[in-house]
Design a protein around this ligand. Structure first.
Ligand code: GLC
Length: 556
């Protein structure tokens, strides 16, 4: 069957307004999960000095920027997404001086640096929350969070029926010595109380936090749970089921229209520091159209395209997501931000090795179906090459340039993700994609730390995939990423546009400028015609006018 409509989707670059320019529109940004990237001090947890020591790797890889997941002071109830002090580095990761030094050296290598901002909730160890629990109901201290009286005769029932994203109730009752203590809302862990974003003090505080990091010289912020800050004012019950509401259901806690006013304010703060600072939204919303609202010209610059990330190994679904997101973002003159992996989802090399590559939401445990590693890596490489051929920006998650798989056999004793505990082990959680990186196959912990300590055990295959085994090896995953990133930059694919060609079912085929990008998701070779190869996902993927199964190629 032929896929119909060789529609041309206008590149946002060609939008009539054409007013939006900026480095981020076609940038490739590398996500560093600091605790798992590189450990310089040997305690088994990665740190900022470890990042600094490996900037060479990133420069050689050819990315434009890095995004660092949280390294702020935190009790680590959710691996740092529970922030106790937004203006300091947790001793686990180093000091503010370490940060400044890393930032300076990154900039010297023309790598921009984006930090994570966690505005939906603080840690329960944050000064504000401590004051709130000591203060009386109705006090200004309590009003910075979402405290409510309980239901039931003695307030013994939670104020509404919302569930935490991590499992269990979204409300916890404090113990303040009074007869009827109040409850506080936490859409995530009990150690992550949600802030009240209708309170101007909260708004002002985060403007100040933005300025604190902008003054230090950061290039932007990845905004955690950007779709969650504003809740429907009366906090109504979630109707229809037990929750937690998924973002695509538009529950009363997600994607409320009032949230956009917050980002307009942040946009103004960023502009105090020039025109090239960015905000990137982690926004799980219903569809591309809702997502595009976050990247209007007076709000954010980027929003991760999670629709595409969730499309599985399904050409029609991928194409639909591509078309919809290019079209929606073109309306607001923004480019699209592609991503396949991050610290919250099963690594794409493992997803694509499952019998159903869309069934991975809760991680993969030892008792579940184990991915076919070889197939997953083959498809993962093809998916990446295809993604990097699309116009717009792209994010790469640490270790995917090595082809690392998810760790799918971690024993329960070592798990740390709160989702595992809050669901009583029903959900495996996200530890499997957060395993410390290998740097040198010959060293303890494969070079992750000088002592061989590693906060999660690494699987043996991480040794085989360490950079020293791939560096300069033709056909290795690392060399594939390097050559694709060089070619992408030279050929300006990120700044280009997409025009579909006719293609058989299961094959995606488009022109981007002078480059033709083809992906074959089927198990059969696909005839694509004679051309010369720029980059192919595996050696020999393209030969005699034919693209092998589960492969991608850039042709000219
Ligand atoms: C985001 C983060 C995730 C974290 C959650 C709560 O989804 O990416 O890691 O657990 O927010 O902050």
């Amino acid at each position: 069957m032929e896929q119909s409509s060789p529609a041309t989707v206008a590149s946002p670059h060609k939008e009539p307004s054409g007013s939006r320019t900026g480095w981020w529109r076609d940038a490739v940004i590398y996500q560093i999960y600091p605790r798992s990237f590189a450990d310089a001090d040997g305690n088994g947890i990665g740190d900022l000095e470890g990042v600094r020591q490996h900037l060479d790797h990133l420069e050689r890889l050819g990315v434009d920027a890095i995004w660092l997941s949280p390294f702020y002071r935190s009790p680590q109830a959710d691996a740092g997404y529970d922030v106790a002090d937004y203006r300091d580095v947790d001793p686990l990761f180093g000091t503010l001086d370490d940060f400044d030094r890393m930032l300076r050296e990154a900039h010297e290598r023309a790598l921009r640096v984006i930090v994570d901002l966690v505005p939906n909730h603080t840690s329960s160890a944050h000064e504000w929350f401590k004051l709130a629990t000591l203060a009386a109901p109705g006090s200004p201290e309590r009003d910075r969070y979402l405290f409510r009286d309980g239901r039931g005769e003695h307030g013994e029932l939670p104020p509404n029926n919302w569930k935490s994203v991590f499992g269990g109730p979204a409300w916890t009752r404090i113990e303040d010595g009074t007869e009827n203590p109040q409850w506080y809302l936490h859409l995530f862990d009990a150690g992550q109380p949600d802030l009240n974003w209708r309170n101007p003090e909260v708004v002002a505080e985060f403007h100040d936090v933005l300025r604190f990091w902008l003054k230090r010289g950061v290039d932007g912020f990845r905004v955690d749970v950007a779709h969650g800050l504003i809740k429907q004012a009366d906090l109504p019950d979630l109707v229809g089921h037990e929750g937690p509401a998924r973002a695509d259901e538009l529950g009363p806690m997600w994607d409320q229209d009032d949230v956009h006013e917050i980002y307009r304010g942040w946009n103004r703060v960023l502009h105090e520091f020039g025109d090239d600072k960015i905000l990137v939204a982690e926004a799980w919303v219903a569809n591309s159209e809702r997502r595009s609202l976050y990247v209007r010209h007076d709000e954010m610059q980027q929003a991760f395209n999670f629709g595409y990330m969730q499309a599985g190994w399904d050409a029609a679904a991928m194409r639909a997501e591509i078309d919809e997101s290019l079209a929606s973002n073109a309306l607001v003159d923004a480019t699209t931000t592609w991503v396949l992996s991050n610290h919250d989802v099963v690594r794409h090399t493992s997803r694509f090795g499952l019998s159903d590559p869309t069934r991975w939401t809760h991680g993969i445990g030892p008792d579940e179906e184990q991915p076919d590693l070889e197939l997953g890596l083959r498809r993962g490489r093809a998916a990446t090459l295809f993604m990097l051929g699309l116009p717009g920006s792209a994010y790469i998650y640490e270790g995917e340039e090595l082809g690392l798989p998810e760790h799918t056999t971690l024993p329960a004793e070592v798990r740390q993700d709160p989702t595992f505990f809050r669901t009583g082990g029903e959900q495996t959680g996200r530890d499997g994609c957060r395993v410390p990186l290998p740097w040198d196959s010959t060293k303890p912990a494969f070079g992750f730390s000088p002592t061989g300590a590693s906060w999660l055990p690494q699987p043996a295959i991480f040794g085989e995939l360490a950079p020293d085994r791939q560096d300069g090896v033709p056909g290795s995953t690392l060399e594939l990423y390097r050559s694709a990133l060089v070619a992408r930059r030279e050929l300006d694919l990120g700044g280009g546009s997409l025009t579909w060609r006719q293609s058989p079912e299961g094959v995606l085929d488009f022109d981007n400028g002078e480059v033709r990008v083809v992906l074959n998701t089927t198990e059969e070779p696909a005839a694509v015609g004679e051309a010369s190869v720029i980059v192919e996902s595996v050696p020999g993927a393209y030969a005699d006018g034919t693209l092998a199964p589960n492969a991608a190629v850039w042709l000219r």
